[in-house]
Design a protein around this ligand. Structure first.
Ligand SMILES: *[C@@H]1O[C@H](CO)[C@@H](O)[C@H](O)[C@H]1NC(C)=O
Ligand SMILES: *[C@@H]1O[C@H](CO)[C@@H](O)[C@H](O)[C@H]1NC(C)=O
Ligand SMILES: *[C@@H]1O[C@H](CO)[C@@H](O)[C@H](O)[C@H]1NC(C)=O
Ligand SMILES: *[C@@H]1O[C@H](CO)[C@@H](O)[C@H](O)[C@H]1NC(C)=O
Length: 331
């Protein structure tokens, strides 16, 4: 009985202590108290037969309930702890994986940095090349511009030249036409010239000295031939016969070597006298009669010189007396 009373006092003390703990906040002695309470409960169970008052029993019962509750809570905490331990372990291994991954990432970052450096260097080189190319491009642009300017100038000159060439071609065509016309005309003239009769004569009278005087008029027969193109002058008859209708030129000179006499010669166109020329000799003689004229003759017309009766003319190897004629142009 005395032993039960002593436990009761101890329990009250503990309870008081606990009440103090609750009012002052949770203390680190919770587990120790619970163990003590369990022990108390064991004592209580052994002293179940004692005569303790109902109040004390009620208190004890309350204390037992609290101890059971604490025990449950302790078990729960242990469970939670185990779970947290497992999670910690999982976290740690996870962490190792993450660290490994991190290391891999770091490596990659390093690699990327290295590559980046290399790329930066290449980029720089490229930029330099680009700058160089830009400069060259500008240079080329200005050269191209210069070439274009030159080209324009050349095109203008080319166009001018082409225009000139066209103009020259046109002129050339005109000239070619005129040239062709001229050539045709030349051909025609050549043809006409080839067809044109060549008539020219020049004769000396004689080497035999004085001719005449005669009692009648005679035709002077010039017998010394210088030229006789066309054979139109006949030294046999003394007549020039026109081979074609045309315009002819005639000239003559005669000498009279007698002294103090009159000299007269005449020239005839067919039956018609066209000139009667006279000169008066002094005491020295060697008087000359000379004249020239242009006549239009029909084909077959005759021209000749006549010495009238009583007059004389003279010639010798000196060729003093000559008779000449040419065809100027046919009609
Ligand atoms: C990660 O790198 C560090 C430093 O280099 C090293 O100490 C550690 O062991 C590495 N961890 C793993 C998981 O490779
Ligand atoms: C040159 O002539 C061509 C053709 O006639 C023309 O198209 C061009 O504009 C001309 N150029 C100049 C510079 O006059
Ligand atoms: C000029 O004559 C040449 C040769 O006969 C000929 O080929 C050319 O076509 C002629 N030109 C003209 C413009 O008549
Ligand atoms: C006169 O003409 C003939 C030719 O018909 C010539 O041989 C002669 O030398 C000429 N006489 C003189 C003096 O020139």
């Amino acid at each position: 009985m005395r032993r039960a009373a002593a436990f009761l006092v101890l329990l009250l003390c503990l309870y008081w202590t606990r009440a103090q703990g609750e009012s002052g906040g949770v203390t680190g002695n919770d587990i120790t108290q619970t163990e003590v309470q369990s022990e108390i409960l064991g004592v209580i169970a052994t002293s179940d037969q004692t005569n303790i008052t109902p109040d004390i029993w009620a208190e004890l019962k309350e204390l037992r309930d609290m101890a059971i509750k604490h025990s449950v809570e302790l078990w729960k905490l242990e469970q939670e702890n185990t779970a947290i331990q497992a999670r910690l372990t999982a976290s740690e291994s996870n962490n190792a994986v993450l660290e490994w991954k991190m290391n891999a990432s770091d490596k990659e970052v390093e690699e990327l940095k290295r590559e980046n450096t290399v790329l930066m260097a290449r980029m720089k080189t490229s930029e330099n090349v680009m700058e160089e190319l830009k400069k060259e491009n500008t240079d080329l642009q200005s050269r191209v511009t210069a070439f274009e300017d030159k080209s324009t100038v050349l095109e203008v000159r080319m166009n001018a030249s082409e225009t000139e060439v066209e103009e020259l071609k046109r002129q050339n065509a005109v000239l070619e036409t005129r040239m062709n016309t001229s050539e045709n005309e030349v051909e025609e003239l050549k043809r006409q010239n080839a067809d044109r009769p060549k008539v020219a004569f020049s004769f000396g009278l004689t080497d035999d000295g004085q001719v005449g005087p005669f009692s009648t008029d005679i035709t002077l027969k010039f017998s010394k031939v210088f030229t006789n193109f066309g054979q139109a002058y006949s030294p046999t008859t003394g007549h020039f016969t026109a081979p074609v209708r045309g315009v002819y030129y005639f000239s003559f000179t005669t000498v009279d070597n007698r002294k103090s006499v009159q000299s007269v010669v005449t020239l005839y166109h067919n039956d018609k006298r066209v000139l009667w020329n006279q000169n008066s000799n002094d005491e020295h003689g060697w008087n000359r009669v000379s004249n020239s004229l242009v006549l239009q003759l029909e084909k077959g017309d005759e021209v000749y010189m006549v010495l009238h009766g009583g007059y004389t003319v003279y010639d010798n190897s000196g060729n003093h007396s000559t008779f000449n004629g040419i065809l100027l142009f046919p009609l």
